[in-house]
Design a protein around this ligand. Structure first.
Ligand code: NAD
Length: 248
C-alpha cells in the first residue's frame, strides 16, 4: 500500500504522465499474454512464427486458420478493472494518454479517449492489393466456416490491421516516441518490456514507475515498482488518487 500511495503522489506531482500498457493489462479479461509461464501464448506456440508477415505470405490459409481463435478471443473480450481505472485516471487529468502494445481495443471500450495503438488493432482488415477495408468479425466467421484465407473481391488476401512480426512500425510509434521524450512520468503496466522497439520508449522518459506481475528488464530504473495484478493495484491507485489534486 505504501508504494501505491507513493505512485499516487508521483501522479499528482507530474504535469504530463504517459502510460505504456502491454498484454498483462488484458489477462484479467481472459486474453493470454505472451510470456507468463504456463498461461502465456508462448507456452503453446511461437507467436513470432505464426503472427509474422512471412507466415502470412508463405501460407495465408494456415495463417488465418490458426490465428482465427486467437483473434476472436481478443476481439470479443470485455474490459477489466485495470482498463476502467486507467480511463478514470485520464478523466481526472492525471494521465495524458495511453500507448498500448495491445490489439484488443479494450482501453477504448473502457472509455479511454487518448490511446495510441503502436501494434495496430483487430477491428478491421485490409486488402494490400486494392486497399479495401473490411470489419474483422465477419472475416473471422468466414474463416471459422472453412473459407480460408478470406479474399477481397479483387482476389487479394485480406490481412489484419495489426503490426505483424517483420512489419515496419506504424506512425503511432513516432508519436509515442515524442510523448515519451517530453513526459515527466512514464507508468508501465502489464508489459515484460521485452518487445523492441517499444521497450526503447522507457529510457527516453525522465521518471519511471512499473506495475507488473513478473520481472521486467527495466525494474532497476523504476522509482516505484509494484508487483501484482494490475486490476487490483490500479483500483487501489484510483481510490488513493481520488483524494489528491494535481499540483499546480
Ligand atoms: P508479454 O507477454 O511479453 O508480458 C506481459 C507481462 O504482463 C508479463 O511480464 C506478466 O508478468 C505481466 N502480467 C500478466 N498478467 C498480469 C496482470 N494481471 N497484472 C499485471 N501484470 C501482468 O507482453 P507484452 O510486453 O505486451 O509484449 C507482447 C506482445 O504481444 C505485444 O506486442 C502485444 O502487442 C502482443 N499481445 C497482445 C495481446 C492483447 O492485445 N491483449 C495479447 C497477447 C500479446
Amino acid at each position: 500500500m505504501e508504494n501505491i500511495k507513493k505512485l499516487a503522489q508521483l501522479l499528482a506531482e507530474s504535469k504530463d504522465t504517459m502510460v505504456l500498457t502491454g498484454a498483462g493489462v488484458s489477462t484479467e479479461s481472459g486474453i493470454p499474454d505472451f510470456r507468463s509461464p504456463d498461461t502465456g501464448l508462448w507456452s503453446q506456440m511461437d507467436p513470432m512464427e505464426l503472427l509474422s508477415r512471412s507466415a502470412l505470405s508463405r501460407n495465408p490459409a494456415n495463417f488465418w486458420t490458426r490465428s482465427e481463435p486467437i483473434f476472436r478471443e481478443m476481439s470479443t473480450a470485455q474490459p477489466n478493472p485495470c482498463h476502467y481505472a486507467l480511463a478514470r485516471l485520464a478523466e481526472k487529468g492525471l494521465i495524458r494518454g495511453i500507448v498500448t502494445q495491445n490489439i484488443d481495443s479494450l482501453h477504448q471500450l473502457a472509455g479511454s479517449k487518448s490511446v495510441l495503438e503502436v501494434h495496430g488493432h483487430l477491428r478491421s482488415a485490409h486488402c494490400p492489393g486494392c486497399g479495401a477495408h473490411t470489419d474483422m468479425l465477419p472475416l473471422l466467421d468466414q474463416v471459422a466456416k472453412g473459407d480460408s484465407p478470406p479474399r477481397c473481391s479483387c482476389g487479394g488476401v485480406f490481412r489484419p490491421d495489426v503490426v505483424l512480426f517483420g512489419d515496419p512500425l506504424p506512425d503511432a510509434f513516432h508519436v509515442a516516441w515524442q510523448w515519451a521524450r517530453v513526459c515527466d512520468l512514464l507508468l508501465v503496466v502489464g508489459s515484460s518490456l521485452e518487445v523492441a522497439p517499444v521497450c526503447w520508449l522507457v529510457p527516453a522518459a525522465s521518471r519511471l514507475a512499473i506495475i507488473n506481475m513478473g520481472e521486467t528488464q527495466c525494474d532497476d530504473m523504476a522509482e516505484v515498482l509494484i508487483r501484482g495484478k494490475a486490476g487490483e493495484i490500479l483500483t487501489d491507485l484510483v481510490k488513493e488518487a481520488e483524494g489528491l489534486q494535481r499540483q499546480p
